[in-house]
Write a protein that binds this ligand. Structure first.
Ligand SMILES: [Fe+2]
Length: 497
């Protein structure tokens, strides 16, 4: 493991080993409670006080049948509590109704959105359109609730201490049963004297789509209460995984895609496999005024967006009549086809994610686009205090090689002004997940704090928790997790009470 300035950073002499990467895909075999993690290098900073939560697929096989895509794996939450320089680890599966049923049956009873089929072939899958809420995408704290999120249906509420599943949450009667609720809330830190909030959305889609934009209080006695909401209708089918906020706006990028549900209905494909790029269409920005902003009662602004496909945004901010939106663009919609094995994918055939900055001119409804780095990346974030404002630095997961797609093995700090990069590598046998930036509250310097990242250690066939200094990506601590957890999705930090 090493950190380097990118000007010296070369392709690793030890390219990744695909078997090391794929060895992460296993069932999580144990649920642990408050196990103290062994520090094998450095020291855990005493000033880190809180819990690092992560979510991701933890159950990938039943009765010798493997999921078709890891995203179809049942959600398993990890909680790493930092207290007085010690980290204790707890993990639990989210006890969704569907997970309980499949545990009892010992086999898959539901189709997965990403192509997992029930045993029994096409006939046994045709016209079964039930959704399995797999609660595997993100985990965030809102008020007293810890929420396991999956965008197509309700959040599950968990006990933040022991991760016990309490059940489906309606967020104090805000949500109807089964209502779509994004796995990508944005936490507005509260700029210009305003209260901090959690801003999020749900989408219903078809020939027309409706976005329900919701804002929740995050502090004080109202924490967890819905403060405001609005609903807006748009033309066309929507696939919106993420969005970005500024003090005045919620910004969505509607990719130019098409959805042909027939193979899903006929039992041949998962619903997400029926999505493809629509070369005849045009991507759109859907920009919705926030209720707490200066344009609250106005209609959304809609205009053309760049070609390509975006899952995740880094951040957005305002500059006079412009919104600047930084997003990770793919040339095409990446998917795993029905006959492909996800462990054997050829990375060189999949488009890489490239971080780009778009300046959206609200006066003349145009955009300008530029790349911020040409290296394949995902899971990017700024210091949470900078969400919605211009940030100087971003931290993200990247490939080792400077160009082309490859597994994520590095953490990169990117100076968004100068372009200077600092890289820490888990290679050649380590693979990173989403890095989480935890600011040092005793400092007002933007890059003072820590980067927490759970890596897959291909040599040990288990995970390590890495604590890096956010400013130079030097290692503060390396801790061994006595567990094998597949490559995961998203997570969050909750300060100690
Ligand atoms: Fe995501």
């Amino acid at each position: 493991m090493q950190s380097q300035i990118s000007s010296n950073f070369q392709i690793s002499p030890h390219p990744f080993n695909k078997e090391d990467w794929a060895s992460s895909y296993c069932n999580v075999e144990k649920e642990l409670t408050k196990i103290e993690l062994k520090v094998i290098k450095g020291k855990v900073p005493q000033s880190l006080k809180g819990t690092f939560y992560r979510n991701g697929p933890g159950r990938l096989e039943r009765n010798n049948q493997w999921v078709h895509h890891p995203f179809d794996g049942d959600g398993m939450i990890s909680a790493m509590e930092f207290k007085k320089g010690i980290v204790s680890f707890t993990n639990k599966f989210v006890r969704t109704k569907e997970w309980e049923k499949e545990e009892k049956a010992g086999k898959f009873l539901y189709r997965g959105v990403f192509g997992t089929q029930k045993a029994g072939g096409v006939l046994n899958n045709a016209f079964d359109t039930r959704l399995k809420n797999i609660a595997n995408t993100n985990v965030v704290k809102l008020g007293g609730e810890l929420l396991a999120l999956w965008e197509a249906s309700s959040p599950h509420s968990l006990d933040p201490e022991n991760l016990r599943t309490i059940g489906i949450s309606t967020l104090k009667n805000t949500l109807k049963k089964g209502e779509a609720f994004s796995a990508h809330p944005r936490f507005d830190p509260g700029h210009n004297g305003k209260e901090p909030k959690m801003v999020t959305f749900g989408v219903t889609t078809g020939p027309k789509s409706t976005i329900r934009l919701m804002e929740f209080a995050t502090t004080g006695k109202n924490a967890g209460n819905l403060i405001s909401e609005r609903k807006d209708n748009f033309n066309g089918f929507a696939f919106l995984h993420d969005f970005a906020i500024t003090p005045n706006w919620a910004i969505f990028l509607q990719n130019s895609i098409q959805f042909n549900p027939l193979p899903f209905l006929l039992g041949q494909k998962g619903a997400a496999q029926c999505i493809s790029s629509n070369p005849k269409g045009k991507a759109k920005y859907w920009i919705i005024p926030r209720d707490s902003g200066s344009f609250s009662k106005q209609k959304p602004q809609i205009f053309d967006a760049p070609d390509g496909f975006v899952f995740h945004h880094l951040n957005a901010w305002e500059d006079n009549n412009e919104i600047i939106l930084e997003s990770i663009f793919y040339d095409d919609f990446p998917s795993i086809k029905p006959n492909e094995n996800f462990r054997e994918i050829d990375f060189s055939t999949i488009p890489e994610g490239i971080l780009k900055r778009c300046r959206l001119n609200l006066s003349n409804k145009t955009f300008e686009i530029q790349s911020l780095s040409n290296q394949c990346c995902e899971f990017a974030m700024v210091n949470p205090i900078k969400i919605g404002l211009s940030a100087r630095y971003a931290w993200m997961a990247t490939a080792q090689q400077p160009k082309g797609n490859a597994p994520l093995q590095c953490i990169k700090k990117l100076d968004l002004v100068s372009g200077k990069e600092v890289i820490w590598s888990a290679g050649p046998r380590g693979f990173v997940s989403e890095p989480l930036m935890v600011p040092d509250k005793s400092s007002s310097i933007e890059d003072n704090g820590w980067i927490l990242v759970l890596i897959w250690n291909g040599a040990r066939k288990a995970n390590d928790l890495i604590v890096l200094k956010a400013n130079d990506l030097s290692e503060e601590a390396v801790l061994e997790v006595p567990l094998a957890i597949p490559h995961g999705l998203h997570g969050s930090w909750a300060d100690a009470n």
